[in-house]
Ligand binder design. Structure first.
Ligand code: PMP
Ligand code: GLU
Length: 411
């Protein structure tokens, strides 16, 4: 079959494998080749899936039939009940959508809804490429390090004014990957006003909402802007089941007309999420009280790991907002700009490449999170420890990161 080349759709000319998944494969391969790698590149929970869920999956393995596209009715009911009780949202069974991960569901929403996509920067790596795949304009709104890179109402307001009228889609990830920040209730209330004024629909990506160690109860945008907020979540983070691929969306009441086209989209694409996974997942949301203590124990360990790293970064002289939730930190090497330039490192991409080859530390560059590369920010996923051991000992091994110290003293 020589001489025949596939003709790709133009969007794929520049599309690359997601940086998160790529660094995970690279770090694993280097380890298999015998290198000593500190893998801070990929954000996956290090803890086992709660035993109750593992048992439920075994018991439900026999389910073999296709399920309704929007999800197993018992699961949709359990999800709506969970979000009403846990966060006080106006969730309703008929407006829950179940999908193979919240990543796919966010992509579905961008597919279904008109308008340009807005994100605060830094923001998670996949939103931009998803918008690109769908030929949607994508805009990053700069935020301030001193405010933990949390989007402020004035920043959104000014940006929306520059765009003019028409529906806009804001993706707000709270708690944030990459910064670990959690929005304050007052900030969300002010953002809600701006969204109303400028016809902004919001995808509130709350996949880390249960991994909250800020000391404040988690409050989501939906509390202040219920009519325009889609909440996305799933099993990947707090329930440590990323590979189960189960995500959910709460659709606001005012967006009910979306349910029928969404059902049609699902029916023509992935049909439904794996039935045993859906049956087992009912337990996670319906019987959360039986899992709560375990989720809290894992969250305490995430807190120890993230706060330990944070202190280490400050000791090293890096800038880094304090983490409050999730698994991540976003330090920057601005104070070392000159020393790094002497090593011919000018961008966060070059910094990460050198840290991997010279120090064996896998990180992701701020550029992947839409930041200017010159800013020298990096995303750290503080999950490189054995979760099972940590649960037993209640003490993750964060000391490994101290090898950064050695790197900075090089030359
Ligand atoms: N949003 C953020 C911010 C994430 O870090 C992830 C990573 N898994 C996702 C969404 C997607 O999660 P999933 O598809 O596993 O539900
Ligand atoms: N969310 C994780 C991260 O940011 C990885 C999983 C993914 O990207 O789908 O590292």
């Amino acid at each position: 079959m020589s001489g025949v080349l596939p003709q790709l759709q133009p969007q794929f000319a520049t599309l690359k494998e997601s940086p998160t998944l790529r660094i995970n494969q690279t770090a694993k391969r280097l380890r298999e080749e015998g290198q000593d790698i500190v893998h801070l590149g990929f954000g996956e929970s290090p803890f086992p899936v709660p035993e109750l869920l593992v048992e439920a999956l075994k018991e439900n393995a026999h389910h073999k039939s296709y399920l309704p596209g929007l999800g197993l009715p018992e699961l949709r009911e359990a999800v709506a009940g969970f979000f009403r009780k846990e966060f006080g949202y106006e969730a309703h069974t008929d407006r829950v959508v179940v999908g193979p991960g919240s990543k796919e569901l966010i992509y579905n929403l961008l597919h279904l809804l008109q308008g340009p996509v807005l994100v605060p920067i830094p923001s998670w790596v996949s939103y931009g490429p998803q918008a690109h795949l769908l030929n949607k304009p994508f805009h990053g709104i700069p935020t301030q390090r001193s405010l933990g890179y949390r989007l402020q109402a004035e920043e959104l307001d000014a940006f929306c004014q520059s765009l003019g009228s028409g529906q806009k889609l804001l993706i707000l990830n709270n708690p944030s990957n990459p910064t670990g920040s959690i929005h304050r209730a007052e900030e969300l209330a002010a953002l809600a006003e701006v969204c109303r004024r400028h016809q902004v629909l919001v995808i509130s990506d709350e996949i880390y909402a249960l991994v909250n160690y800020s000391g404040r109860p988690f409050v989501g945008l939906s509390t202040f802007y219920p009519e325009g907020t889609f909440v996305t979540s799933g099993l990947s983070k707090a329930f440590s089941a990323g590979g189960w691929r189960l995500g959910v969306v709460l659709v606001p009441e005012a967006m009910q007309p979306l349910m029928s086209p969404w059902n049609a989209l699902i029916s023509e694409t992935f049909s439904c999420v794996s039935s045993p996974i859906q049956y087992a997942s009912v337990i996670a949301f319906r019987d959360f009280e039986q899992i709560r203590a375990y989720v809290q124990q894992c969250t305490d360990l995430h807190q120890q790991a993230c706060e330990g790293m944070h202190q280490t970064f400050l000791d090293l002289g890096l800038n880094c907002p304090p983490p409050e939730g999730g698994f991540y930190l976003y330090p920057d090497f601005q104070p070392f700009r000159e020393q790094l330039q002497e090593k011919d490192i000018h961008t966060s991409q070059q910094l990460c490449e050198t840290l991997l080859t010279a120090a064996g530390i896998a990180l992701l560059p701020g550029e992947a999170f839409y930041m200017d590369g010159q800013h020298l920010g990096v995303r750290v996923a503080a999950v490189d420890y054995d979760g099972t051991q940590a649960l037993q000992a209640q003490h993750p091994t964060i000391a490994k990161i101290k090898s950064l110290n050695e790197f900075l003293k090089l030359g």
